[in-house]
Design a protein around this ligand. Structure first.
Ligand code: HEM
Length: 505
């Protein structure tokens, strides 16, 4: 769930007048429904809790955190015309996403901006639970994200890691030993995903233009007031024009890459010496549809592939480096493990599988800093109950994964960043949630992130290479790491991490 954009509020007065005029009719309609929804903070007629959330001055996740002790692990927020149900306990997440998995596996209807960017819900993440979702997801998982396919892209990752190390060294040399962590990690993972998606290594200029375009997409996807109160849409015509312009730009940027690859694919087919996600999509058979995806749909599917794994992975790496700087003993132990496992050789992803301490660091990282804090929004396929409350099909259901990771009933000393909880086997957690939910950085159940395996390889490998090559410290080296969070598309560090690096001798 992204933040509400306050800057997009045109006027406050007009909505308030509308609210006043509509308040009576609303109270009549809601009393006719006899649903027992989870409790929640009292709201105002028509807008419900929308303005309380938007004007709280807090990031959305903080607003939710603060409500947990008051309303418990399941509560309702009325966000204008939308009913949002927040679920923040491991037991309820298990009941919903595992025990009642198929019922909680769909997505809610989209706002107009998301309809445009998802090509009317034609993507894995946006599709309703049903045949389109099954076809798209099966294709992505079997053809791109299976263990065997991930292995095929090993060379791409090696190249991207070499490039990352070179970029870091060059940036440090030009800046008194200082580097920006998120930006570099983001660039590295974006290069890998671009290559996997389009089948070609791209020059830095093309990469930058695709990246800039993707960032502007994420910005316009931020929910606006009129998404929750459609009655306000006349006041947002400028923003709607911006949405159209960004979509146009997205199509203009990606269609030439798609067409170039299509010509290759027609000419060489499976004889081509590279493989790309796009190749699997050109003639994809989607249940219930006669035609192959259009170019605009391909733009949506490629963007999903790039977006799904870029900021999430880079965010995880930024938090990881912050934690290593904050805890030099953990960094030393990691460097020792790498040296003991590979000696002077460059660490690669096969080695990473033999590094239990690194794996424990990454697991603890994903527990303490799940990059998105919420799963994507879920909805139910039929009216159901959860924790004794009604869940109507019209509700958006938000799973607050960060709340579960911070729950002292689930974790000992949850605030502490402590990889030893996993290394020493003191605590365990099945990240897929099948045997019980204790942490869910990738979601769990039918909609679990299909990129889980690849993302884990990326985070482990990037961290291993970065620690093998460099010693990491604050910049300047006396600076204390500021762990304040900020919601962008993911939950990043409020003050983007600038670290000092020295080649490790
Ligand atoms: C550290 C990296 C990553 C994290 C933390 C992450 C996290 C998540 C989360 C929380 C969800 C929502 C699950 C739900 O709705 O219950 C999700 C869904 C998804 N992720 Fe990831 N993800 C990561 C990397 C990737 C990568 C590398 C890809 C693919 C290239 C990817 C593609 C997707 C897709 C397509 C979905 C939608 C699944 C569906 O609706 O069926 N993610 N991810």
């Amino acid at each position: 769930m992204d933040s509400l954009s306050l800057s997009s509020l045109p006027f406050l007065v007009i909505p308030l007048v509308i609210i006043f005029l509509l308040s009576r009719s609303r109270s009549r309609t809601s009393s006719s429904k006899k649903l027992k929804l989870p409790p929640g903070p009292p709201g105002y007629p028509v807008v419900g809790n929308l303005f309380q959330v938007a004007f709280s001055g807090k990031p959305f996740f903080q607003y939710i955190r603060d409500l947990l002790p008051i309303y418990g692990p399941i509560f309702t927020l009325k966000m204008g015309t939308r009913t949002m149900i927040v679920v923040a306990s491991n037991d309820l997440a298990y009941e919903a996403l595992i025990e009642k998995g198929p019922i909680f596996a769909t997505r809610p209807s989209e706002n107009p901006t998301r309809i445009i960017f998802s090509s009317n819900k034609f993507s894995v993440n946006a599709a309703y639970y049903g045949p389109v979702w099954r076809s798209l997801r099966r294709n992505m998982v079997q053809n791109m994200l299976s263990t065997a396919r991930i292995r095929d892209f090993r060379k791409t990752r090696d190249l991207a890691m070499d490039r990352l190390v070179d970029r870091l060294a060059a940036e440090a040399a030009a800046n008194d030993g200082a580097v920006w962590v998120l930006r570099n990690a983001r660039f590295a993972v974006f290069c890998i995903l671009l290559d996997m998606c389009f089948g070609v290594e791209m020059d830095e200029k093309t990469i930058q233009s695709v990246d800039d375009m993707m960032k502007s997409v994420l910005i316009v996807l931020d929910p606006r007031m009129d998404d929750f109160l459609p009655i306000l849409s006349p006041f947002f015509s400028k923003q709607r024009k911006r949405v159209q312009a960004v979509r146009k730009k997205q199509i203009e940027t990606l269609v030439p890459l798609i067409e170039k690859r299509r010509q290759e694919w027609i000419k060489h087919g499976s004889a081509s010496n590279s493989f790309a996600y796009l190749d699997t999509l050109f003639d994809l058979k989607v249940e219930g549809r006669k035609s192959a995806p259009t170019n605009e749909e391909l733009v949506t599917l490629c963007s999903e592939f790039l977006n799904g794994g870029t900021d999430t992975t880079a965010t995880a790496v930024e938090w990881a480096v912050a934690r290593l700087i904050e805890n030099p003993a953990i960094q030393c132990r990691l460097a020792d493990e790498i040296r003991a496992t590979v000696g002077e050789k460059k660490v690669d992803e096969k080695d990473v599988e033999r590094m239990p301490y690194l794996n424990a660091v990454v697991k603890e990282l994903l527990r303490k800093h799940p990059p998105t804090y919420f799963a994507l929004t879920h909805a139910v396929t039929e009216p159901t109950r959860l924790g004794g409350y009604d869940i109507p099909t019209s509700a958006s259901v938000e799973f607050f994964s960060a709340g579960i990771a911070e729950d002292p009933k689930v974790w000992s000393d949850p605030e502490r960043f402590d990889p030893d909880r996993f290394f020493a086997g003191r605590e365990e957690a099945d990240i897929t949630g099948v045997t019980g939910v204790k942490m869910m950085p990738f979601g769990v159940g039918r909609r679990i992130c299909p990129g889980l395996g690849m993302a884990t390889v990326h985070v482990n490998l990037m961290l291993a290479r970065m620690v093998q090559e460099f010693e990491w410290s604050g910049y300047p080296d006396t600076a204390k790491v500021d762990l304040t969070e900020k919601l962008e598309f993911t939950v990043v560090m409020k003050n983007s991490l600038r670290a000092g690096i020295k080649p490790r001798g």
